[in-house]
Design a binder for this molecule. Structure first.
Ligand SMILES: Cc1ncc(COP(=O)(O)O)c(C=O)c1O
Length: 414
């Protein structure tokens, strides 16, 4: 039968035909050259031959559906690194957050408090689960949830809060927990940017009842797209396993605990294919290298840009004592938004990739439709327009970083 819908390339077809006749082995698949940036890109993922081998081996196993061998081993590795009992890989952090909110079984009218300075997924998951979003402000040093504003926003219907790790730096979890005054409110940590970071020796994402991680291509550990849901609670794990498997007890069936699997709850499909686990395992193998190179680059930025801070031209990021960053982002704050916009254009003219970050969610069309107003989160409103992220990734060479630093000095001189 003729191939419906696609044609093998002629070279490969010939090689396969030859190998069927006992001839030459199939041709090696050509490796395309990676795209070349004309200057210094904002980001380069840390993919290498080890990752390539991991993916090929997984594919060759002939079984790449979700929850295969690679997913199991990657989940065990993550559980070991995070010192937490329960890990479920998901297709993204967005999905992990949705799974988290479904696991909490939000009721209509339940409120979830989260910073306005975050990615849309931290808020979408609440709305999708039928809850109400309440935005709180951030503190100006770590740009994470402000415990004082959190305390002000708490209400009788507060069901959960979502503290967000920013730039690899944890929010002040002690102050946040204290602000809850012992009420049974779930803490769901959005640790999308947090793998490898800790708060007073506790890995971020494991301090609340649920934590969610991202392995998106921009993150320190990348599987292209990917995420993880982690929980310390056995009951949340059992519920999440069912929701993640389309609302069925398939997991119990596979473990031989029930003789057929059936629909037992509302659910969705939050399993990534097994090669996500394969790539994650290979990325985690490089964690010492990733941690060290990022930290070195980060410290060099801090040190070399200090004169600009001392002259009052920029603010530099702050890592409070007791908090171990994973150095996910290095950002500077300019005096105002027009200066930031001119800086973006200046870096672009030098072929240096930079990026601003979150727009205040409470001022987005959805935020305004939820009844939010300008002035609700003043620190978020001020920071968002002034922040610029600089290139920071393990393959950034010292000479390249020097060019970025020199460009910032030159810009601020002009
Ligand atoms: C704070 C935060 N939460 C959630 C996400 C969503 O992660 P993912 O792309 O894996 O869905 C991101 C993405 O960058 C993020 O920064």
């Amino acid at each position: 039968m003729k191939n419906a819908g696609f044609e093998l390339e002629p070279k490969r077809r010939a090689a396969i035909a030859a190998s069927k006749k006992g001839g030459a082995a199939p041709a090696r698949i050509a490796r395309p050259a990676p795209p070349v940036h004309p200057g210094i890109p904002f980001h380069r993922p840390t993919y290498g031959e080890q990752d390539e081998r991991a993916l090929v081996n997984c594919l060759r196993s002939g079984r790449i559906v979700g929850d295969g061998d690679c997913t199991r081993r990657a989940s065990e590795k993550l559980a070991e690194i995070l010192k937490t009992p329960h890990v479920l890989l998901t297709p993204s952090c967005t999905h992990a957050m949705e799974l988290a909110m479904l696991t909490l079984r939000l009721q209509p009218g339940d409120e979830v408090i989260l910073p306005s300075f975050t990615f849309v997924s931290s808020a979408n998951c609440v709305l999708r689960a039928g809850g109400r979003v309440v935005f709180a402000d951030i503190v100006p040093d770590t740009l994470t949830l402000d415990p004082a504003d959190l305390a002000r926003k708490l209400g009788p219907r507060t069901r959960a809060i979502i503290p967000v790790v920013y730039a690899g730096v944890s929010p002040d979890m002690d102050a946040i927990t204290a602000a809850l005054r012992g009420r049974p409110i779930d803490i769901v940590e959005d640790a999308a940017q947090g793998l490898g970071a800790s708060y007073h020796n506790r890995p971020v994402g494991t301090i609340g009842s649920i934590g969610c991680f991202s392995f998106h291509e921009t993150k320190n550990f990348s599987t292209g797209e990917g995420g993880a849901f982690v929980t310390t609670r056995d009951d949340y794990m059992s519920r999440a396993e069912v929701i993640r498997e389309k609302g069925t007890n398939r997991k119990q069936f596979l473990q031989g605990l029930v003789d057929k699997y059936t629909w037992v709850d509302v659910g969705s499909s939050y399993l990534p294919p097994d090669f996500v686990g394969a790539l994650l395992l290979s990325q985690l193998d490089k964690r010492d290298y990733i941690r060290q190179t990022r930290e070195t680059l980060y410290r060099r930025y801090l040190e070399e840009l200090a004169p600009l801070r001392d002259r009052g031209q920029i603010s530099l990021p702050v890592i409070p004592p007791g908090i171990e960053s994973n150095h996910h982002i290095f950002h500077v704050l300019f005096a105002d938004e027009p200066t930031r916009s001119r800086a973006v254009a200046f870096f672009r003219s030098r072929n240096i990739g930079t990026a601003f970050h979150y727009l205040p969610l409470h001022l987005s069309p959805v935020g305004l439709s939820l009844g939010c107003h300008p002035g609700d989160c003043p620190v978020t409103e001020s920071i968002s327009g002034r922040l610029l992220r600089l290139p920071l990734y393990p393959s950034l060479r010292v000479a390249e970083q020097a060019v970025v630093i020199a460009a910032l000095f030159e810009f601020l001189k002009s």
